[in-house]
Design a protein around this ligand. Structure first.
Ligand SMILES: *[C@@H]1O[C@H](CO)[C@@H](O)[C@H](O)[C@H]1NC(C)=O
Ligand SMILES: *[C@@H]1O[C@H](CO)[C@@H](O)[C@H](O)[C@H]1NC(C)=O
Ligand SMILES: *[C@@H]1O[C@H](CO)[C@@H](O)[C@H](O)[C@H]1NC(C)=O
Ligand SMILES: *[C@@H]1O[C@H](CO)[C@@H](O)[C@H](O)[C@H]1NC(C)=O
Length: 366
């Protein structure tokens, strides 16, 4: 027999909540606080505050989950989406010169039908490449043509549909040197200008971004990114924005985010928080949830303080589809909404982190 939520609650002698799910049985999960904010939606708040969007990453395998999509497709909540995987190189050019946009189009169509801003992610990255890019020992002439063709074809295909593209993803090492991947090893840093110029030629209106992590605070890597931008500008290479990924840890959010944003703003370009999540070491506790609320507040209010920060994207809004547990074993609960897991008594509830975001977007103090 299938246990409906009401039957499960009956079986466990638990009260049924208004959402049809049994109330949590374990004291560990009942102890976790939830949101108390009463607000129209985070995107509405962001737009009222003069930002372009508050949005989320999403991914094709999640879209058969109708509870998930009913929240994702609420424009008041999310005015922007980023495809988590389906526009990456392995997905869009799996064989040389063979382009497939079917999966990417699912995300682009979702944005279109909901009036959402779309961020393209990404053109050139050392990971999630199809084998052929690295396996064929291409020489510089060949690889330059491949980078230009991949970027130009991808950006050209979606021309007119995208607000921005992460043309270059994660080009720097944490010590500020260029990452030694197939592109750098073959082409030096010229691969960056090759891709940016191809992107501009393919879509004159889309914002061209370089996206990276550990550049959200004052330090060696951020300085290296600023120097890279200055060099591109000096060389007349088109560059419009910087993506500050912002994958943080609860209690360890950097204290120099605003100062760092001001340094990027001084370069005359825009930037965005592109992949925000704030993970904690499991098991979650009420204290960790409260600290996470403060931490989300800190990051979002930094964006509110600097005009050139155009928007904020969370790297999915629910713990159910977060990349964190599989990438950082022992860590999780990084998103502003919890999971939907009957056994853990979670049903896409908003966490206190949601309130931290809402308070910041309203320009209030926590
Ligand atoms: C959606 O499809 C995936 C397989 O792609 C499956 O694992 C998952 O259970 C499905 N989810 C729903 C809600 O049907
Ligand atoms: C690169 O390889 C092509 C063959 O695909 C060859 O014509 C060209 O001369 C090579 N370029 C260099 C710089 O070795
Ligand atoms: C990519 O290469 C194909 C095959 O040579 C060509 O038809 C196409 O125009 C190229 N596209 C771009 C944007 O360079
Ligand atoms: C910078 O980091 C990279 C990657 O970890 C390493 O290969 C390189 O040697 C480092 N360079 C310096 C100058 O420390």
């Amino acid at each position: 027999m299938t246990l409906t939520p009401a039957l499960l609650a009956f079986a466990a002698c638990l009260p049924v909540l208004a959402n049809g799910l049994p109330q949590a049985a374990s004291s560990a999960s009942t102890a976790l606080p939830t949101s108390t904010a009463v607000v129209p939606g985070l995107n509405d708040l962001a737009i009222s505050a003069g930002k372009r969007y508050f949005g989320s990453a999403t991914d094709n395998p999640e879209l058969n989950d109708t509870t998930y999509t009913s929240i994702l497709e609420n424009y008041a909540m999310f005015g922007q989406i980023t495809p988590g995987n389906s526009m990456k190189w392995y997905a869009t050019e799996p064989e040389p010169g063979v382009f497939t946009f079917t999966a990417g189009n699912v995300i682009a169509d979702l944005a279109k039908s909901n009036g959402m801003v779309l961020r393209g992610h990404n053109c050139v990255w050392y990971e999630e490449l199809p084998d052929w890019v690295t396996a064929n020992n291409y020489n510089a002439t060949e690889l330059a043509a491949i980078v230009a063709n991949h970027t130009g074809t991808l950006v050209g295909y979606y021309a007119g549909q995208m607000y921005a593209w992460d043309v270059i993803n994660e080009p720097l090492n944490d010590n500020g040197t260029m990452r030694e991947d197939v592109f750098y090893d073959t082409l030096g840093d010229s691969y960056i200008s090759i891709a940016l110029k191809a992107a501009r030629a393919a879509d004159p209106n889309v914002k061209l971004y370089i996206n990276d992590y550990n550049i959200e605070y004052v330090g060696t890597k951020s300085t290296a990114m600023q120097n890279l931008i200055k060099q591109l500008q000096a060389d007349d290479v088109p560059i419009d924005g910087v993506g500050l990924e912002s994958h943080f840890i609860v209690g360890e959010v950097p204290t120099t985010i605003v100062e760092n944003m001001q340094a990027f703003a001084a370069l005359g370009l825009e930037f965005a928080i592109t992949e925000l999540d704030i993970r904690m070491e499991l098991p979650a506790t009420a204290d960790l949830y409260e600290q996470q609320k403060t931490d989300y507040y800190t990051v979002v209010s930094a964006c509110m303080q600097v005009e050139q920060c155009v928007g904020i994207t969370v790297w999915d809004w629910t713990d159910k589809y977060s990349w964190v547990p599989s990438t950082f074993p022992g860590y999780g609960d990084a998103c502003p909404w919890d999971s939907n897991d009957m056994l853990a008594h979670q049903n896409y509830e908003r966490k206190p982190a949601f309130d931290g975001i809402a308070i910041a977007l309203q320009g209030q103090s926590i």
